[in-house]
Design a protein around this ligand. Structure first.
Ligand code: BGP
Length: 461
């Protein structure tokens, strides 16, 4: 074993409720923004395959958890669907949902797979979106109630909680770049949404600590390390600003309890400071995370702005930098994302040096590939050697960071089983296990699933 990981390392994967459960409109579940958006525009991204046509974890959770165990998972991150548990977002709790999540959590524990539970993975209840979603402060209170309800119902068994998954993504997708509902372009609203999401996270953490439970609570952030085109001061400055906007906006308040000065300065200068109520900043300051989940897919490469945008155009963060395509970069052609394995090490080193070496784990990393069926061999196994290589190359850098003292507790792949994607339904496949949607969701373990089993058994490779 050349790369051995610390004892008790978390080997597993992650998924989210909307992307796996199915059963989108039964047993009392309320609608969320994805149910709504799919109904309104089924062909927008989803190719006529919606949140009701997923891998059906709602019905098949036992089979799936058995498979997780079979490929050596000792942990797995799921999310609770807010609109399943509290159909209107606020008010009545749905007993069928309580029963379902109890069954799932118990099944995980009986199989020796520790459930890490996320409270919000992009799936705003529609009733709350109708009053403005995260832009409306009432939704922060509704979320706090929902979070406290979850701790009360499931906290005796769940010991790792995550307030949000990639909270900047609904900001970018919903209010800047048009890939999440309500697909508006409004920087001022984007800032308010981001601020409220962060405040909601701090309030949930406060609620968790007040519950007196003995687990850990954190947040999962997608970090895109920012690299300047050159060491020219203008490029470096552009990269620092992109980092403040896209990474430190959530990372600094989550871990240090304060917003980055560079970001605050931009918001002040441009007139986009959010509405902050007295006392909020103390709540944020006093309720930082115990643990950080790091989702890493790709770096951000940046250069100084070359052409000033039309001053009449709506304000966008890229007023401060241009994206830069590095010649010779390695790409995942299916997803259009650069593959840069060392980025994962740079993130972990930054957390060690500048964020008090906060306890963390890789909560998502992965490779979406189109048309994997063509790699299925005569025994029916998808030979996804590219995925094994992808994981291995990232793990080598994670290992190096650990050797140098980073406090990294685990590695979770996106995802366990091919699942429904917000941006392309089932086109790009990410799983250790494949799903055949035509054959009642038949599951087969891919070569990478067999491989990860040995990695987990040996605690290394
Ligand atoms: C992350 C999300 C996941 C998942 C993944 C893959 O940003 O947390 O929910 O969707 O990306 O992305 P995609 O499905 O868009 O290729």
């Amino acid at each position: 074993i050349q790369y051995r990981f610390p004892d008790g390392f978390w080997w597993g994967s992650a998924a989210s409720a909307t992307q796996t459960e199915g059963a989108a409109d039964i047993d009392g579940k309320g609608k969320n923004i994805w149910d709504h958006w799919y109904e309104a525009e089924p062909n927008r991204f989803f190719e006529g395959v919606g949140p009701q046509d997923t891998s059906q974890f709602y019905y098949k959770y036992k089979e799936d958890i058995t498979l997780m165990k079979e490929i050596g998972h000792n942990s797995f991150r799921m999310s609770i669907s807010w609109s399943r548990l509290i159909p209107n977002g606020i008010g009545e709790v749905n007993p069928k949902a309580v029963e379902f999540y109890n069954n799932v959590i118990n099944e995980f524990i009986e199989n020796g797979v520790e459930p890490f539970v996320g409270l919000f993975h992009f799936d705003m209840p529609m009733e709350l979106q109708n009053i403005g979603g995260w832009a409306n402060r009432e939704v922060v209170d509704a979320y706090e109630t929902y979070a406290r309800t979850c701790f009360e119902l499931f906290g005796d068994r769940v010991k790792k909680w995550f307030t949000h998954n990639e909270p900047i993504v609904p900001v970018e997708g919903g209010y800047l770049y048009d890939f999440h509902y309500p697909n508006e372009v409004d920087f001022g609203k984007a800032v308010q949404v981001g601020y409220h999401t962060l405040l909601a996270s701090a309030k949930a953490i406060k609620g968790y600590r007040e519950s007196g439970q003995d687990g850990k609570i954190g947040i999962v952030l997608n970090l895109t390390p920012s690299y300047p085109r050159s060491q020219h001061p203008a490029d470096v400055k552009a990269s620092i600003l992109a980092d403040a906007i896209f990474n430190r906006s959530f990372l600094d308040p989550s871990v240090k309890g304060e917003f980055p000065a560079e970001l605050v300065q931009i918001l002040k200068e441009e007139g986009f400071m959010p509405v902050i109520v007295d006392g909020d900043l103390d709540i944020i300051k006093n309720n930082t995370v115990d643990i950080l989940g790091v989702n890493y897919y790709q770096p951000r490469r940046v250069k100084a702005k070359e052409n000033m945008p039309n001053p009449e155009a709506p304000f966008m963060p890229d007023r401060y930098f241009d994206n830069y395509v590095m010649p010779g970069r390695k790409m995942n052609p299916h997803r259009g994302w650069e593959i840069y394995e060392k980025g994962i090490y740079d993130i972990l080193t930054n957390l060690r040096e500048n964020y008090g070496n906060i306890e963390c784990f890789i909560s998502e990393n992965g490779m979406g590939v189109e048309g994997e069926e063509k790699f299925r061999d005569e025994n029916g196994i998808i030979q996804d050697d590219y995925r094994i290589e992808f994981i291995q190359e990232h793990l080598k850098w994670v290992h190096k960071a650990i050797q140098e003292g980073s406090s990294v507790k685990g590695y979770h792949l996106w995802t366990f089983m091919d699942n429904w994607s917000w941006s392309n339904a089932y086109k790009n496949r990410y799983g250790f296990v494949s799903v055949n949607l035509n054959k009642d969701g038949e599951r087969t373990i891919k070569k990478s699933g067999q491989w990860i089993k040995t990695v987990s058994e040996n605690n290394g490779f």
